[in-house]
Design a binder for this molecule. Structure first.
Ligand code: FPP
Ligand code: MG
Length: 334
């Protein structure tokens, strides 16, 4: 697989947040080289004569941070080979598919500062594109002949769908508990981060469970921060509309916490919200201090994730890089 041209690579790099570029810079040559193979593999996987190729390439180039393939490679370490590259391609394709489908379900106008495929090409094409990306992930793995990776990724995809279903079931339910929230986040976000780490470690041997737990924890922290950013914005930095969760009835931890302090929020009828009243509700949530509390929980999860990496047989540099990427999860706006 050929790496991308240098100018394309440098423009992609400019769009990445600082913590992500810090990881590639610290790693030395092996990580950018393997990441370029993942990038080339992603492009190859979505190209073709299908009428969906244009939307697929736009989705691929929409500014994703590639955190999950990076986790695969970091957990594999400098010996990362073709199996890790394939796993990186597969997890990113599953991630992209889940976002394209998520935007259909949420009727989301914007992602990463650009119109979603749903908004620009319609529900039908977005659904078909998500299906295509999803099935291509399995094609890539099957071509590599790695049955264990197929098993891990299919179990992960089932969990993602279970998480999304849980979110639908709990929509508009102001009685949702903190435990319900964390169970949902573990499935819809933690699981794919966990799989990325497990697949990477499995590709070069070594114990999978500790890095799996690391992935689970940073995945939860990622979702906590995502839910803070949905309330706090600003849209110019997050690339997404503010208050989307409230508008589609998704009860998140900031709202659960804020409702304990603000009786008006506890009595909120989410079904009656429009854009203007959702913006007011976002301000009220922020005024309770709930966002700081959720941010602190995310930081705690990151600290636990990092502490769990001690004495699990990782190379010192591998651990240092995983710590850097973990910090990046809570130091981001998009
Ligand atoms: C984004 O989270 C969405 C997810 C993490 C998972 C969505 C899962 C599905 C649509 C079902 C499974 C699909 C496949 C193809 C396996 P969010 O909605 O909290 O964040 P956002 O603000 O970025 O939309
Ligand atoms: Mg969403």
């Amino acid at each position: 697989m050929n790496p991308r041209p240098a100018d394309e690579e440098s423009s992609r790099r400019r769009s990445l947040p600082e913590p992500v570029t810090a990881v590639t810079d610290t790693a030395g040559d092996w990580l950018p080289a393997r990441m370029a193979e993942v990038e080339a593999g992603l492009l190859e996987a979505v190209q073709g004569d299908s009428e969906l190729a244009e939307d697929a390439i736009r989705t691929l180039n929409a500014g994703g941070k590639r955190m999950r393939p990076m986790l695969v490679l970091l957990c594999a370490g400098p010996e990362a080979g073709a199996a890790a590259v394939r796993a990186g391609i597969a997890v990113e394709l599953i991630h992209m598919a889940s976002l394209v489908h998520d935007d259909v379900l949420d009727r989301a106008p914007l992602r990463r500062g650009l119109p979603t495929v749903y908004a620009s090409s319609g529900r039908g094409r977005a659904t078909a594109l998500g299906d295509r990306l999803f099935s291509t992930a399995f094609k890539v793995l099957v071509e590599g002949g790695d049955a264990a990776a197929v098993t891990e990724v299919s179990a992960t995809a089932v969990d993602l769908a279970r998480g999304e279903l849980k979110q639908r079931e709990g929509a508009f339910d102001m009685d949702l508990t903190e435990t319900d929230y964390f169970d949902r986040c573990a499935l819809k976000t933690g699981r794919l981060f966990e799989a990325a780490c497990v697949l990477g470690r499995a590709s070069t041997g070594g114990e999978e469970a500790p890095v799996g737990l690391f992935g689970h924890r940073i995945g939860l922290a990622f979702q906590l921060l995502d839910d803070v950013l949905d309330i706090a914005g600003p849209p110019e930095r997050t690339g997404k509309a503010r208050g989307t969760d409230l508008l589609d009835g998704t009860v998140t931890l900031p709202l659960i916490f804020a409702a304990r302090f603000d009786p008006a929020l506890a009595a909120l009828d989410m079904r009656s919200l429009d854009e203007a009243s959702a913006a007011i509700a976002c301000d009220r949530i922020e005024a309770t201090g709930a966002l700081d509390e959720v941010r602190n929980q995310a930081i705690e999860l990151i600290e636990e994730a990092k502490a769990g990496l001690i004495e699990v047989g990782l190379e010192p540099q591998q651990r240092e890089l995983l710590e850097l990427i973990a910090d990046g999860v809570v130091q981001r706006y998009s």
